[in-house]
Design a protein around this ligand. Structure first.
Ligand code: GDP
Length: 366
């Protein structure tokens, strides 16, 4: 599955957020309960109102959302790249996730110690990022010597990799995380970059943890973070971990009133989960029938056979074609039969690139 790692300095609200994420009723789909894969790892349902629309039309007995995994990666301190604290373990854990959710303290509270003694989320972000950049630079400098040598000998892989390594090194020496070079790379170069598995090339979402009263509109700290995120090609969301912790404990029928009292229209965690999903460049397609309506996750750009393979590897191997109905058509026409009659159920083949919201039915050989 796809994994988002939650990082941040101590006492910024990571655990509060992680616990809310994995305990909230919405995250625990009724018939697919939250499961702990390992300590600090939680498998979370991706909220998607389209599921209910489709299930209503298909008269499905069950709704099964798609899921992503969040990992609470504790142990970051200044000096982590030099092995301080749990530094090495921390960096190794980050290496294993697909994207980083970086929690920043944007709330004032004199009772909660700030490790740096002041509230400054942009400076905090730089502290964490610096550790990651140092680690990337060391790893690049270790590897680039051999790559240069091989490139001189006209080794094809090395020739492809060397310019990307040089660009990554230049970015870090310029004080910038490697993800700032991604926009300027083509598809092949991005693949090379991914193969380097650097820490600062992973997509980042900043989570501004604000006080309850700032949850609806953010504050000056979260605005500074949003600006910083924009310059880096990162995302940012405003959340109050305290509110989310409260919501996670409420019975489901009381959540609406509580949100309204807080000036919110939906739980911040729903936005966080969706933002994480976008950050990972994932899209959803659906299968629908009397038994269940189910959401499935694929990478943006995935073709129909790969989508079928998410359900079962045999579906991918034996793929013949996929009956595909756009979500809007499925809903406006009122389901599969009506969509077929209206000519909106397309027969798609192996080269079809799946669109977000497609309602699909696969035909395959076994
Ligand atoms: P972590 O070290 O980053 O995992 O931080 P924790 O989640 O353990 O939170 C550290 C302390 O800050 C705890 O006492 C939390 O109750 C408190 N805390 C977390 N989020 C908020 C918040 O939004 N507002 C306030 N006032 N306190 C918070």
């Amino acid at each position: 599955g796809f994994r988002c790692g939650i990082v941040g300095l101590p006492n910024v609200g990571k655990s509060t957020l992680f616990n809310a994420l994995t305990k909230t009723a919405a995250a625990q789909a009724a018939n697919y309960p939250f499961c702990t894969i390992e300590p600090n790892t939680g498998d979370v349902a991706v909220p998607d109102p389209r599921l209910r629309d489709i299930a209503g039309i298909a008269k499905s007995a069950n709704i099964i959302p798609t899921r992503i995994t969040f990992v609470d990666i504790a142990g970051l301190v200044r000096g982590a790249s030099k092995g301080e604290g749990l530094g090495n373990q921390f960096l190794a854990n980050i290496r294993e996730v697909d994207a980083i959710v970086h929690v920043l303290r944007c709330f004032e509270d004199d009772d909660i110690t700030h490790v740096e003694g002041r509230i400054d989320p942009v400076a905090d972000a730089e502290t964490v990022e610096t550790e990651l950049m140092i680690s990337d630079l060391e790893s690049l400098e270790r590897r680039v010597v051999a790559t240069r040598k091989k490139a001189t000998g006209k080794d094809k892989d090395a020739l492809a990799q060397l310019p990307i390594m040089e660009k990554a090194i230049a970015a870090i020496e310029d004080g910038k995380p490697v993800r700032t070079i991604v926009a300027g790379l083509d598809g092949e170069e991005r693949r090379e970059l991914r193969n380097l598995n650097l820490l600062t090339s992973k997509p980042v979402l900043y989570v501004c943890n604000v006080a309850e009263e700032d949850a609806a509109n953010g504050n000056a700290h979260s605005e500074s973070v949003a600006k910083m995120a924009e310059t880096q090609g990162a995302g940012s969301v405003v959340i109050s971990a305290a509110i989310e912790a409260e919501i996670a404990q409420l019975p489901e029928d009381e959540v609406g009133d509580y949100l309204e009292a807080m000036g919110l229209t939906e739980p911040g965690l729903d936005r966080l989960i969706r933002a994480g999903y976008e950050l990972l460049e994932l899209i959803t397609y659906f299968t629908a029938g009397p038994k269940e309506t189910r959401a499935w996750t694929v990478h943006l750009g995935a073709k129909a056979p790969q989508a079928a393979g998410v359900i079962h590897t045999d579906f991918e191997k034996g793929f013949i074609r996929a009956q595909t109905i756009a979500f809007a058509d499925y809903v406006s026409l009122g389901g599969e039969v009506a969509a077929k009659e209206a000519g909106k159920a397309r027969d798609e083949g192996k080269e079809y690139v799946v669109a977000d919201g497609d309602v699909m039915l696969f035909k395959f050989n076994v």
